[in-house]
Design a protein. Structure first.
Length: 256
């Protein structure tokens, strides 16, 4: 692939799982440089080392996506270090606590919405300002990370499901606002993907992985690389007429 030739990329939540795979896939697709933002400084540094091992320059930035100033600083660092921002992948997310809606703790609700939805909004907002020609940017492409849980209900995860639906609404609204400024905004809805986030969830009960695998039309989890390929394609000029789309990469789980 060479769909991102010469592009400068920012990947938030890039210190692990899907975000790490996105950072590496972007380099394979020709990205000139990658900034890896994560609240986990060590994870971000590890991803940077993997990117550099592929021969591309990279920089780790410690950022909590719920902190508007820190997000602005991460984007500013990208521009100062590598001369601009062309593509961005917003991945930072958490499962949040489990529980039925009637008993759900309001602090758990706020925390999950804050990271997954407000965090995505803050990243998107800062990236749009950096990419907008009106503020000196050169256009670009942004991909927000939703989920199959952005399209369907999953009992026991009300905050997660609400946050991932919200990401799709935000993606569509912003996509229409910015398409004429040369900025395309899309989302990816992955199915169950083998990452530390899902491994942690499955570790609660050995039956969970069997249940997920049984419920999957293809009979297995996705690899982070399979999801990263969808993100890279949406970021590339090959997707030049794809705007506000929720690309479902779940082997058919949501169409059963
Ligand atoms: N793994 C799956 O099955 C799956 C399925 C659908 C959607 N997703 C979504 O994909 C994204 C990545 O998930 P993953 O499975 O790779 O998980 P992961 O836990 O491996 O990676 C998530 C990363 O986000 C970072 N992060 C968490 N809170 C943050 C914050 N406040 N600020 C900055 N960084 C923060 C973590 O440190 C971690 O590096 C998430 O948005 C998740 O909801 C995952």
């Amino acid at each position: 692939m060479s769909g991102l030739d010469g592009k400068v990329a920012l990947v938030t939540g890039g210190g692990s799982g899907i975000g790490r795979a996105v950072a590496l896939a972007m380099v394979d697709a020709g990205a000139a440089a990658v900034v890896v933002g994560d609240i986990d400084a060590e994870g971000a540094r590890e991803t940077v080392a993997l990117v550099e091992a592929k021969g591309a320059p990279a920089r780790a930035v410690t950022v909590d996506v719920t902190d508007a100033d820190a997000v602005e600083r991460a984007v500013a660092t990208t521009i100062v270090t590598f001369g601009g921002l062309d593509v961005a992948s917003n991945n930072a997310g958490v499962n949040g606590a489990g529980g039925r809606t009637g008993d759900y703790d309001v602090d758990d609700w706020r925390r999950t919405l804050d990271i997954n939805l407000t965090g995505t909004f803050l990243c998107l907002r800062a990236e749009l300002r950096a990419m907008s020609p009106a503020s000196g940017g050169r256009g670009g492409a942004i991909v927000n990370m939703s989920s199959g849980a952005g399209l369907m209900g999953f009992p026991g995860l009300p905050a997660y499901v609400a946050s991932k639906h919200g990401i799709l609404g935000l993606t569509k609204a912003a996509a229409l606002e910015y398409v004429r400024e040369g900025i395309r905004i899309n989302a990816v809805c992955p199915g169950s993907t083998r990452t530390p986030l899902l491994e942690g969830f499955m570790a609660q009960d050995p039956g969970i992985e069997k249940m997920i695998t049984r419920g999957s039309p293809i009979g297995r989890l996705a690899t982070p690389e399979e999801i990263a390929a969808a993100v890279v394609w949406l970021c590339s000029d090959d997707a030049s007429f794809v705007v506000g789309h929720a690309l479902v990469a779940d082997a058919g789980a949501t169409i059963q």
